[in-house]
Design a protein around this ligand. Structure first.
Ligand SMILES: [Zn+2]
Length: 206
């Protein structure tokens, strides 16, 4: 299973190019500025810079410098960078892009969680990047759902084998944060309607 960052950081809806936009915005995507807008809620988001992006820039720079001394090697490095960028663009987490002159949009309050990823998905723990959004559902001790499904954002703080410590926050203001963010509460994490991980809240407040 491919894991990509495919949900809107505002409303949590899955990006779907086939759906007809509910909004009339001319420039659907501004890749040059790393911006796009959600066809469901109309809000703008931006691609979040990651260490991987930085690495590509460093490689591009090296490729550029090498162009003079060793043109073939330089061109190969630059082509590799372009291929990596095209392949990885859907992996980049998206974050809310502020409107009205604000510099950033604050997240809703987070809690600390521990997530055990399903071992049947290869190296899943390392394919989930900081800023990824997944639907979660809280469950009781018998694994029976006890909440609606809400979209939550995960910011990774530590990875261990198949397990991750992270900060988790809901995207939507109307999610019952006070009720659900309680220590030892358990939840399951979905991707493409499949359960890919089981989480526990380790601290209500950070
Ligand atoms: Zn949206």
């Amino acid at each position: 299973m491919k894991i990509s960052s495919d949900r809107c950081p505002w409303c949590g809806e899955k990006f779907d190019r086939k759906t007809k936009p509910k909004f009339d915005k001319t420039n659907g995507i501004e890749l040059g500025r790393g911006l796009g807008w959600c066809r469901n809620c109309g809000n703008w988001y931006r691609y979040k810079p990651t260490a991987a992006m930085f690495l590509v820039f460093v490689l591009l720079f090296i490729g550029g410098v090498m162009l003079k001394a060793a043109p073939t090697a330089g061109i190969i490095i630059i082509i590799i960078c372009i291929i990596i960028s095209l392949l990885a663009v859907h992996k980049l987490p998206k974050e809310k892009y502020p409107a009205g002159g604000q510099s950033s949009v604050h997240d809703l309050p987070s809690c600390k969680v521990n997530v055990d990823w399903d071992k049947k998905y290869f190296m899943l723990n390392y394919r989930v990047w900081s800023g990824y959004i997944f639907p979660v559902c809280f469950v009781d001790e018998n694994d029976t759902p006890k909440s609606n499904v809400w979209c939550a954002k995960f910011d990774v703080s530590k990875r261990r084998k198949n397990n991750m410590s992270a900060l988790m926050c809901f995207l939507r203001e109307d999610a019952p944060r006070e009720k659900l963010f309680k220590e030892n509460n358990r939840f399951v994490v979905f991707y493409d309607k499949e359960i890919i991980g089981q989480g526990t809240i380790t601290a209500e407040k950070i």
